[in-house]
Design a protein around this ligand. Sequence first.
Ligand code: THU
Length: 142
Amino acid sequence: MVREDIQKLVTEATAIRKRAYCPYSNFSVGAALLTEDDSRVFTGCNIENSTLAPSICAERAAISKAVCDGYIKFTKVAVVAHQQEFTAPCGVCRQTLNEFCSSNGDMEIYLSRPTLDKVLCTKLSQILPLSFVSYKKDNVAT
Ligand code: THU
């Protein structure tokens, strides 16, 4: 039995996946992030580009929306992709999620699939061991 808040995140990730702009890969992804204060859910989908490099993954699209709205800490993220296999965040997204993880230094990750029959639960520290940390976050200019 999946908890209600996680169910909500997975449902929102599934809904936003339908907005994916992915004419090149035809691989749609949706992501939903829960803010640390539990007040907001930010969603994102992948947005591709014909020159490929400017393409952005669903996870980073969601983070971009959230940061612009003033939220920089997240406790949970749900990811739902086009395929029946669970789709885990790519390397770039893992490091980006790490930048905006919760105060405990981690983020819960919930992977599901379009049929929403199962949810794979993991956490960022598990899929991104020895993450890159160079600068102190307190030194970031505001
Ligand atoms: N994609 C995501 O949106 N999130 C990931 O973590 C993995 C990959 C997108 C990028 C691209 O638009 C499509 O999936 C195929 O790679």
